[in-house]
Write a protein that binds this ligand. Sequence first.
Ligand SMILES: [Zn+2]
Length: 260
Amino acid sequence: MITFNHFFPREIKALVSDRSLDFRLNQGAELTKRQKEYLSAQLKAPVLGLALLRQIHGARVFSVNPENLKRPLSVEEGDALITASASVLIGVRVADCLPIFVYDPRKAAIGIIHAGWKGTRQNIVTKVIEMMNQDFGTDPRDLKVAFGPCIRSCCYEVGREFQEFFPEDTALSQEKYFFDLAGANQRQWLAAGVKPEQINDCRVCTCCDKNYFSYRREGETAGRMIAAMVNFAPLKAMGVEDSRVGAYNEDSLKKDFQKQ
Ligand SMILES: [Zn+2]
């Protein structure tokens, strides 16, 4: 498992699971008991649910708020989630694609992105920044960004057409083309105005490191890692250290704590 506790402030939790548990979801897209237990243990808070989308390798961004959390989000198509709601756990599933975590400390907003080459080509990073700006007033110069594990250019052999798609991030080596997925995404954040020192990359290659599921290494049967993120900040202000997380809004959470 990878966390970014050293990079984000204490109230922001961001993690990527490893192959110790498969996060491919069931039809209903509900988390299994074991998956909830895993996340609860990692986050040190009881996880009730996780806002996930039906991922389509596109560039649609979904903004999670207390209103739309009342219905299942798993019917929504998209590859990025943003929210300014406290204690709402948002996630994407990955197995070689790049999970990206975003934090706006000024607006207390977070975002999570499933970036494969298709989403990257459609500039999903820019779409996320635009929507965070529209919904929360985010200024990209404030953002802190973290890259989870993904397939790296050591293993990501691609077709010749990538030279046209990503000229600066496709390298030719011994007549083979290799794509730097994280590099292409880094370029987009920098172009949007994010400071280089505010981007943290774990640098793990899912295809090299057998602790992780890899679609390239394992094919169709590969499991999925979960990348998940939550902001506990306003709960801290309420004097609650360890709280519940999940598909919950702050008011119902407050009520729950008052009951206890
Ligand atoms: Zn590799």
